[in-house]
Ligand binder design. Structure first.
Ligand code: URA
Length: 268
């Protein structure tokens, strides 16, 4: 069997595993029409929104948020930003669950896609890289199957492992947010893939659950309103490992993503 046959077989097995057992929909879908949306525009004249306040019942983290914002603003490239994160002592997660250094990002700087997960787990903590455990391997297979291998920079909403792999709390995400935002600004992706409910809800400031948010386009906006990017929430690969039947929905989200990412520019 040729290598290309094996690759095709593996891709088909991945699809079948996720419930994709037919290549045709019941009704024709014009994906070009469906995906017609204005390309992302920098929006220089949007007034700067106020710094996000701590959600009700969460600790006041305005001090560490301001410090993170100041340190992030000084970083002029991703390496400098990673060094600033590593030196930052304002996130409590650093002292709670994390055994090792900050887990910043992996993948291609300058890639068209930025994937934002929730927070590092045990394997990520051990290796110092995001999404390298079981869920990360599935994420890589999904991105590869969608033709996105080597075309994404992968990070999380927090840079230290929450104890016991719990979901990061909103105040922990708030503290790390200036660094996440600066990473997006420096990496200049064309769009964001928000992986998991805790990522999607925080990045988009939404209260809906991931099953309602997934597969729909939103606009992510920087704190000062100068950068806007299309953002697509999808299911977390850890959830897909527990619920393989849901892979079908994740695959549909990836098709939505690549249709917009790879669509040739059109006149407005
Ligand atoms: N889950 C996440 O959300 N991020 C990781 O890096 C690993 C698992």
């Amino acid at each position: 069997m040729h290598a290309s046959d094996r690759a095709a077989e593996s891709l088909l097995a991945f699809w079948a595993d996720g419930g994709v057992d037919a290549m045709l929909l019941d009704q024709p879908l014009d994906r070009i029409e469906a995906g017609k949306v204005a390309p992302p525009q920098p929006t220089a004249r949007i007034p700067a929104p106020a710094q996000r306040a701590a959600p009700a019942g969460q600790p006041d983290v305005s001090g560490p948020v301001a410090e993170a914002a100041a340190r992030a603003a000084e970083a002029q490239d991703l390496d400098a930003l990673a060094a600033a994160i590593a030196a930052f002592e304002g996130c409590p997660l650093r002292y709670e669950g994390a055994a090792s250094k900050a887990v910043c990002w992996r993948g291609e700087a300058g890639a068209p896609l930025m994937v934002v997960g929730e927070g590092p787990g045990a394997e990520e903590d051990a290796q110092g890289l995001p999404f390298v455990g079981r869920a990360g391997k599935l994420l890589d297979r999904m991105l590869g199957s969608a033709g996105l291998e080597g075309r994404a920079l992968i990070t999380n909403t927090v840079f230290w492992r929450p104890p016991g792999n719990r979901t990061p709390a909103p105040h922990e995400q708030l503290i790390c947010a200036p660094f996440v935002e600066r990473a997006i600004i420096l990496a200049k992706p064309r769009m964001l893939l928000l992986v998991g409910g805790a990522s999607a809800k925080f990045m988009l400031k939404k209260d809906e659950g991931i099953l309602s948010l997934r597969g729909r386009w939103f606009e992510w906006r920087s704190t000062d309103g100068t950068v806007e990017l299309p953002a697509l929430p999808t299911l977390h690969p850890a959830f897909l490992l527990r619920q393989p039947a849901a892979k079908k929905r994740a695959w549909s989200d990836l098709l939505t993503l690549i249709e917009r990412l790879d669509r040739p520019d059109r006149p407005a």
